[in-house]
Design a protein around this ligand. Structure first.
Ligand code: ACO
Length: 331
């Protein structure tokens, strides 16, 4: 069976930079609090007219250009987001249309911060079995429009940013290179620890003025529980990936973790026994872009020359659901 290789990656963020001082104008917070608790200094927010699919289209075009491919060369799209432009249909078909395509499948993955690793796991299975040969895997989010930008929502509003990252995946007939493994997990007992309650069809009526007044349409989070689980489950999933491939932390050239919080990443680094230079971070610039964070970080890491052919790359993520997972890739 062939392995899955990354032909190229690309990312795109909106033009508008939002600093911590900008946020302090909107809510009771400060640059000092945000940097100390999360490491985040800036994030990007969409402007009027921007959409998640628009961000995804730009990231996809960049990845396709770098791969030397046209959209018409793709045979499948996997679109990961927890902030879709519409309830239905999913963003995948809108991206397909934006890329000028028809006929090929467009799959939507709803696994929040773990979305890119869940999507990679699906893509890898399809590529290994020969079902598809050129898969566009996208993670894209527009969080800013959903945030409560008043002091009531300050514990989440300061963390999230908008952006999109994309990867073009294809088979490689080289036993040693490509995706070596993916491991994905979930524990629905914690679904309400980080969630958006409504509008939703569990409610009757599914949307109401009362619901909006109560703020059910905003993401709410029990931050300490998320922190605790993320700090344990991400290192655990890295250990599982290493064990499955008979590798050790010393073999890792680069760990690209989901960029949720710099303090979580530091705990993951220590728990995994890695040096600082083995772990990539860019949350300082982008905040938490959920399903987009890993492909954005990966594209930046590649542009900085942090990975060479033959290096071991490990991805790990944790997020709402709870969901988490890892991937080991021989570059
Ligand atoms: N600015 C200033 N003060 C704030 C802010 C803010 N933006 N937000 C909360 N506070 C206040 C709280 O009200 C509280 O005040 P009080 O002591 O008077 O009650 C105080 O700061 C401390 O709040 P805590 O919630 O205890 O702060 P904590 O140290 O736990 O940090 C944080 C909060 C940053 C959310 C932390 O729990 C965290 O990082 N959790 C992980 C969340 C995460 O990364 N989520 C991302 C999504 S999931 C994922 O991607 C993995």
């Amino acid at each position: 069976m062939p392995h899955t290789q990354f032909l190229a990656t690309g990312f795109h963020v909106p033009a508008r930079v939002v600093t911590n001082d900008d946020l302090a104008q909107m809510m009771d917070t400060s640059d000092e609090w945000i940097v100390q608790r999360s490491g985040i200094k800036t994030r990007y927010w969409v402007d009027r007219g921007d959409t998640g699919v628009g961000l995804a289209r730009e990231a996809s075009r960049k990845a396709l250009d770098k791969a030397g491919l046209k959209a018409a060369d793709l045979d499948c799209i996997i679109y990961c987001t927890c902030t879709p432009d519409h309830f239905e249909p999913g963003n995948g078909v809108f991206l397909q249309r934006e890329l000028g395509l028809s006929d090929i499948p467009a799959v939507d993955v709803r696994n929040q911060c773990s979305g890119f690793i869940y999507g990679l796991s699906i893509a890898d299975a399809w590529i290994r079995t020969g079902q598809y040969k050129r898969i566009l895997l996208v993670g894209a989010e527009v969080h800013s429009r959903g945030l409560d930008k008043t002091s009531r929502g300050r514990d989440t509003a300061v963390l999230f940013g908008d952006g999109a990252g994309a990867a073009v995946l294809a088979p490689i007939d080289d036993d040693g290179r490509g995706v070596l493994s993916t491991h994905i997990f979930a524990d629905g007992r914690y679904a309400e620890k980080l969630w958006v309650d409504g509008p939703g069809l569990a409610h009757d009526p599914y949307v109401s003025v009362e619901m909006l007044e109560q703020g059910l349409h905003r993401a709410v989070m029990e931050g300490r529980d998320v922190f605790k689980f993320a700090s344990v489950k991400m290192p655990e999933s890295v250990a599982i990936a290493l064990k499955a491939n008979r590798l050790t932390p010393a073999d890792i050239k680069l760990l690209v973790p989901h960029q949720a919080n710099l303090r979580i990443i530091e705990m993951v680094q220590k728990a995994t026994g890695l040096r600082e230079d083995q772990v990539y971070t860019n949350i300082q610039k982008y905040g938490n872009t959920t399903a987009a964070s890993i492909p954005i970080a990966l594209d930046e890491a590649l542009a900085e020359g942090r990975l060479k052919q033959g290096d071991l790359l490990v991805l790990t993520a944790f997020g709402s659901g709870f969901t988490w997972g890892s991937a080991a890739i021989r570059w």
